[in-house]
Design a protein. Structure first.
Length: 100
């Protein structure tokens, strides 16, 4: 799980009836953290990058399935890859410490 924090960039998939609906995910900044799976976002639209707020957005973690119809945020592939590398490094350090 990646711990959300203010200022981190995520992808936002709007609900199908949202004025921001697009054929691609939209860039968004985390503006407030309610929990590891709920955040407020500043979402940038596809028409010039105007900012729009979305509150209490579900943030997918790990193998979470996206809700039908959209209205969620997710980590970008690069961020997911970095989290895996960090976890592997921590596990290796723990194993090394346990064997000494």
């Amino acid at each position: 799980m990646i711990k959300p924090s203010i200022g981190r960039v995520v992808w936002f998939t709007p609900e199908k009836n949202d004025a921001l609906a697009s054929d691609q995910q939209l860039a968004a900044l985390i503006a407030y953290v309610h929990s590891d799976r709920s955040v407020n976002l500043a979402v940038f639209d596809a028409c010039g990058g105007g900012a729009h707020s979305r509150t209490s957005v579900t943030l997918l973690q790990g193998d979470d399935l996206p809700p039908e119809g959209g209205g969620y945020a997710e980590w970008m592939p690069f961020q997911k890859g970095q989290a895996v590398k960090h976890e592997q490094k921590e596990n290796a350090q723990i194993e090394k410490h346990e064997t000494t």
